[in-house]
Design a protein. Structure first.
Length: 468
């Protein structure tokens, strides 16, 4: 009898090593997302039972770990009682199952929900040992101890523990074609990143959020080179080619925030994490550690509206090209109105939005007309639409000349049949109105002065030189 029981214990130890442990130096370390302490204690219970079986098999021994202290060190009963001291008092099978599902998720086991590969069956067989055989074996062991115990001695086992030893059947019938689908549904409750794709990180917590009024990528016009760089950057990250940070610079209002969010949302493989500027200085390492564990997801951490001149870059430098390596499933995006320091810019891919002027304004109008179905938008029509937009700004219809207010104007234009006809008629007249370039220049100078003070002219000259 004891021989068969010992075989069960050895099988449990073997399955524990396959599913829940990984080599760490000369030892095995528990792989866990939750309940790591409980899993260590459960493993200690199994190991102690393995040691105690020799004593129980000895017909001349009356020592029983259920009632007696056999050694100074804790034995199986001590560890069983310890399970009740943890915050979670869930079924032992549920504790193990939750961790197994997390591990399977991170191994992309559910990538094809109905594909029962040889590897998946292998994992399921070991999983079944842990969630069904392990609790039952612990329950049987307690029965054996009770059968051999002296009735006059008080039991050391807390009776509540026996209620936590119900087996689970979740992984048992791996032959059914829908087993993966059923487990996937369970796993979704454990993996928040399967259900939600946008989060805000604050106070060491990841909270799902809904982002309203984010345009589709098809609704962005102009800035073609910038958009190409964005698309290439995210595709390279998704394809595991590179995860260098993306460092975005522009004057206010040019769309760096909106375009970043729209790109991430458009890529179904990515999860967006919006983080406060302060977390870049204080909580970056904690956040990276949280996301590192979820290897089956790719995360984009977006730090928006960073003052690149004043931020403490210590943790960024440490984790990007410094002492530590950025997790391969994490990409960092930082947007700022200011230029990044040279030692920071060298650690990532830099993208710079050109200043919004009459040329870029017309480029956006041209792209908009293309997207609207016009095969070859006439230059005169592009010009009169851009000029009308600038005139409306002069009439205080918009509070700024920028890509975002131009998009609002174009939406209004698109929904107004009379407006479209009037613009088309104006484009056919002998005198074609052009957008006022001086107005763009004056507003850009004002923005630059607000940012750079009296050095604005030099900043603009530098901008123009970089564009050549």
């Amino acid at each position: 009898m004891m021989k068969k029981f010992r075989e069960k214990i050895r099988q449990i130890q073997a399955s524990y090593s396959v599913i829940l442990q990984s080599p760490c130096g000369n030892e095995r370390e528990i792989v866990s997302f939750t309940h790591k302490k409980e899993l260590n204690v459960i493993f200690s219970i199994i190991n102690e039972i393995d040691k105690e079986l020799d004593n129980l098999d000895n017909e001349f021994s009356d020592a029983n770990p259920l009632t007696d202290i056999l050694t100074i060190k804790p034995n199986s009963i001590d560890y069983l009682n310890q399970i009740l001291n943890f915050e979670s008092t869930a079924q032992i099978a549920d504790i193990i199952e939750e961790n197994i599902l997390n591990i399977l998720l991170n191994n992309n086991t559910f990538a094809e929900q109905n594909n029962l590969t040889t590897e998946v069956k292998f994992l399921f067989q070991h999983a079944n040992v842990l969630v069904s055989l392990l609790p039952q074996t612990l329950s049987d062991y307690i029965k054996i101890l009770k059968s051999k115990a002296d009735e006059n001695k008080l039991s050391r086992l807390n009776p509540k523990i026996e209620k936590l030893l119900e087996p689970s059947l979740s992984f048992r019938d791996e032959s059914k074609s829908n087993i993966l689908e059923k487990l996937y549904e369970k796993a979704k409750g454990l993996d928040k990143f399967l259900l939600d794709k946008t989060f805000r990180y604050s106070n060491n917590e990841l909270l799902p959020i809904e982002l309203a009024d984010i345009r589709n990528l098809d609704d962005f016009y102009g800035y073609n080179e910038v958009r190409r760089q964005f698309d290439s950057h995210f595709d390279r990250f998704i394809d595991n080619i590179a995860n260098l940070p993306l460092l975005i610079t522009s004057l206010p209002g040019l769309g760096k925030t909106h375009l970043t969010i729209a790109n991430v949302i458009a890529k179904k493989e990515l999860v967006l994490i919006l983080s406060e500027p302060s977390e870049l200085e204080q909580g970056l390492e904690k956040l990276l550690e949280k996301l590192r564990k979820h290897k089956n997801h790719k995360f984009v951490i977006f730090f928006d509206d960073i003052d690149a001149r004043k931020i403490d870059w210590y943790y960024f430098r440490t984790n990007v090209g410094g002492s530590f390596i950025l997790p391969p499933n994490v990409n960092i995006i930082i947007a700022s109105n200011y230029h990044f320091p040279a030692n920071i810019a060298s650690r990532g891919t830099s993208v710079k939005f050109p200043m919004f002027d009459e040329i870029l304004c017309q480029e956006m109008v041209f792209d908009f007309l293309l997207e609207s179905g016009m095969k070859k938008p006439p230059n005169n029509l592009v010009s009169v639409i851009a000029a009308d937009y600038v005139e409306k700004f002069g009439q205080k219809a918009f509070d700024e000349l920028s890509p975002r207010t131009l998009v609002h104007y174009l939406n209004q234009y698109n929904n107004n049949v009379d407006k479209r006809k009037a613009m088309l008629d104006m484009s056919k007249s002998e005198l074609i109105t052009r957008p006022d370039s001086q107005m763009f220049f004056d507003l850009n100078i004002k923005l630059l002065k607000d940012l750079y003070g009296e050095g604005a002219i030099e900043a603009m000259r530098k901008e123009k030189l970089e564009e050549i």
